[in-house]
Design a protein around this ligand. Structure first.
Ligand code: AGP
Length: 372
């Protein structure tokens, strides 16, 4: 009913708008006044966490994209090797797991059969499993050794939005906590990022307040057949997520690529007026990547692409090559997906509406996939 949708036309719009709160709620009570992480609810002893020598993330769909981003954070802050695998592929390749492996199973619903089968397989091999889940008491957390709940509240729309942002927050917390417990050399950076995390919900709010031009742009592209998405580093999974949202909601051909792969094939797809969304990394920190992506934008534009550029405020280098420029607040490099994903959700939702599609219940899809 209209009341359930809180005055919005679709649950998806309501859930997009709820993201600042969902992010804040997922952080609540997990960072103490001194800036240390307190994840007591993760019932795996710090001693056992210090023993971990490999992390494997398993998940499907949007949760898998959260896992891909988690890998950058986990490896950077903990120096523990981390693999990310589609849950549906995981157990069929006889993965190498033992008691020192920490498996993180990410799932909004907690009922996804592929993810459940992957975690059962992991536990049979003696690995410890930590669930990152949005649904209290669901099967995946019940069958895991520990759980870190995301506090997104119920997500009704089939296309995942607020659950994704909170999965990212939970994964950052796990990565930072592992770093804290293991005392890596990144102590100062970890403390700074924890501070930045506590501001991130306002930054998500700021993005939401500037989405009207994105909606207009989406409407103007309603008759297109294809949209490509490019990103690098943590922007690459963001590109994959932008493409998945567009497939699910707009039923358009959409693909995400690592921008560095362009010249290895995908650039052949570029033709006159093809919309290409590019997620630009922060010019600080990974500045080498930033400059490389700016040359990618130049290359595709020279071949006729219509460039839709998502870049940090203050990044002026992209301006001459952007047919459309979407600004996001500056954040630490690893946290950028929390703000960069939001315009892509709005974009897909508006395109779906413009094409007359059912936003909350896209064809052929179910909210949780409880069969393998
Ligand atoms: C995302 O928009 C999807 N509808 C889908 O990919 C989803 O993320 C996936 O099925 C995993 O679901 P889960 O998080 O409930 O396990």
């Amino acid at each position: 009913s209209a009341a359930e949708k809180g005055g919005y036309d679709y649950f998806m719009l309501k859930e997009i708008a709820e993201q600042p709160k969902a992010v804040a709620d997922t952080l609540l009570g997990r960072i103490d006044a001194s800036g240390s992480l307190t994840l007591d609810e993760v019932r795996i002893a710090p001693g056992a966490l210090r023993e971990v020598d490999k992390v494997v993330v398993v998940a499907c769909g949007t949760a898998f994209h959260a896992g891909l981003i988690a890998k950058y954070a986990i490896e950077h802050w903990t120096r523990i090797p981390c693999e990310v695998e589609l849950a549906s592929e995981f157990r069929y390749r006889d993965p190498i797991l033992d008691a020192r492996t920490l498996v993180i199973a990410i799932s909004q619903s907690g009922e996804t059969m592929d993810t459940l089968m992957a975690l059962r397989h992991a536990r049979e091999q003696g690995a410890k499993v930590l669930a990152v889940c949005n649904t209290n008491g669901s099967t995946i957390p019940r069958e895991s050794d520990a759980v870190l709940y995301t506090h997104a509240g119920p997500e009704v729309a089939v296309a995942s939005t607020k659950a994704f942002l909170t999965q990212l927050v939970a994964c950052y917390l796990v990565a930072l906590y592992l770093g804290q417990v293991r005392g890596t050399k990144w102590g100062d950076e970890i403390r700074a990022v924890v501070r930045d995390l506590s501001r991130i919900s306002e930054e998500v709010e700021q993005v939401l307040e500037t989405m009207e031009p994105v909606r207009e742009l989406a409407r103007s592209l309603a008759s297109k057949n294809t949209v490509l998405f490019l990103g690098r580093h943590v922007g690459y999974p963001v590109a994959l997520e932008g493409a998945l949202k567009l497939k699910e909601l707009a039923y358009m051909h959409a693909e995400g690529f690592a921008a560095g792969e362009l010249k290895h094939g995908p650039i052949a797809l570029i033709e006159e007026d093809l919309p290409v969304v590019v997620v630009v990394p922060s010019p600080k920190g990974r500045s080498v990547l930033h400059d490389k992506i700016v040359s990618n934008i130049q290359e595709i534009r020279a071949r006729g692409a219509r460039t839709i550029v998502i870049a940090e405020e203050g990044d002026e280098t992209v301006v001459p090559y952007a047919d459309h420029l979407i600004r996001i607040p500056a954040t630490p490099v690893l946290l950028q997906p929390l703000v960069a994903t939001v315009p892509l959700q709005v974009f897909a939702c508006e395109l779906a509406t413009a094409r007359g599609n059912e936003v909350d219940q896209p064809r052929n899809l179910a909210k949780s996939v409880t069969v393998e």
